[in-house]
Design a protein around this ligand. Sequence first.
Ligand code: KET
Length: 453
Amino acid sequence: MAVIDNSQLSLCQKKFDGLRVGYAFAKRKSSSSLKVKSVSRINMALATDVSRFEGVTMAPPDPILGVSEAFKADTNDLKLNLGVGAYRTEDLQPYVLNVVKKAENMMLEKGENKEYLPIEGLAAFNKATVELLLGADNDATKQGRVATVQGLSGTGSLRLAAAFIQRYFPGVQVLISSPTWGNHKNIFNDAGVPWSEYRYYDPKTVGLDFEGMIADIKAAPSGSFVLLHGCAHNPTGIDPTPEQWEKIADVIQEKDLTAFFDVAYQGFASGSLDEDASSVRLFVARGMEVFVAQSYSKNLGLYAERIGAINVVCSSSDAAIRVKSQLKRLARPMYSNPPVHGAQIVANVVGNPTLFDEWKSEMELMSGRIKGVRQRLYDNLSAKDKTGKDWSFVLRQIGMFSFTGLNKAQSENMSNKWHIYMTKDGRISLAGLSLSKCEYLADAIVDSYYNVS
Ligand code: KET
């Protein structure tokens, strides 16, 4: 066993600039195979056993991504991960879209380089993403009224906009639906943006509490931002009807509020990219200024590429130029500039008519598979549940998720007893379910619903 003494310690203290570094060195050595001889030095060395990070408490697992960690740790063969919203094939394997592979081949053939992107991202991506969102030939785009900055997927784009709100509208609140995607509150909290909730989900009808939603938005202080899920509301799977969207726009316009859309599922709700963007397009067609965060995690299956965008539709091109300059200014010290790979994939898929059409077919395939398991789950639930309970809300919900109505204890029973992993708010991701597992899932839901209070 190696031994260090006073002279070595003082040597290392000389070598390093400052006492702290010297002690840290001694601690590292002593904690491996070295022993400290001198009593006085031992005291100093022991003092370093108290970590500088004693005050750092353990963070709770993430309510969504933490579920995947728990799933991985389970060794039971029956286990099923319905936590995170990530598309799986019928064999429950991750899916890389064919159009993505084709786009990547095109990129390889072109010999794309790895130079830094500009702070605002890849120009071809920014052009494609705004077109996809607002449609080709949209007036706002043609008039240069949209400030688009490539973001680190949906989350990073929301976070950048939150930082912008904090800087230019300090103290102004964002209204968030109750419930909402688990990360929204974290994003605004960390950005220092105050938020409050508006009613959205009605547990009695397992539908939209439209009256409550409108009343709460009406009551918001003028100037507030209203966060809206563009389509496929997460976690409820309940979207306003087109008529209800009109009313929401009326109230936001009348009360001088600003809509902030989170569009993470374009193409996944209905299978149509255009239909799923209709809420945003309605607001823009009215000439309203809006924020829109986009994500390509789900619709192009680019989860790990972190590709998305923040768009700010302004009432003048002059405002858009200034807003964009400030978004860039916020992005630069945060992450400098965004990654190129996902941006090139999107630009190639959206910018190439053949790949674009193929993408639409693949998206229909994905959303079709989800609709298929939704139907099968409903059939199984109805068959298993002998009480006659109406489970048809499962069919009315859209997108990747079903909001089952299971409470925390019941959701825990799903994982503890049935090895089915889901978020504690009762949400299940149907994108992680196969037809062959629907019966097992229905058994688990019926058991948890009736046998756990
Ligand atoms: N908005 C919503 C509504 C959303 O559901 C997600 C992801 C995101 C934004 C952000 O996704 P990104 O990959 O940053 O573009 N939701 C799933 C994954 C997650 O929680 O991160 C989920 O709800 O399972």
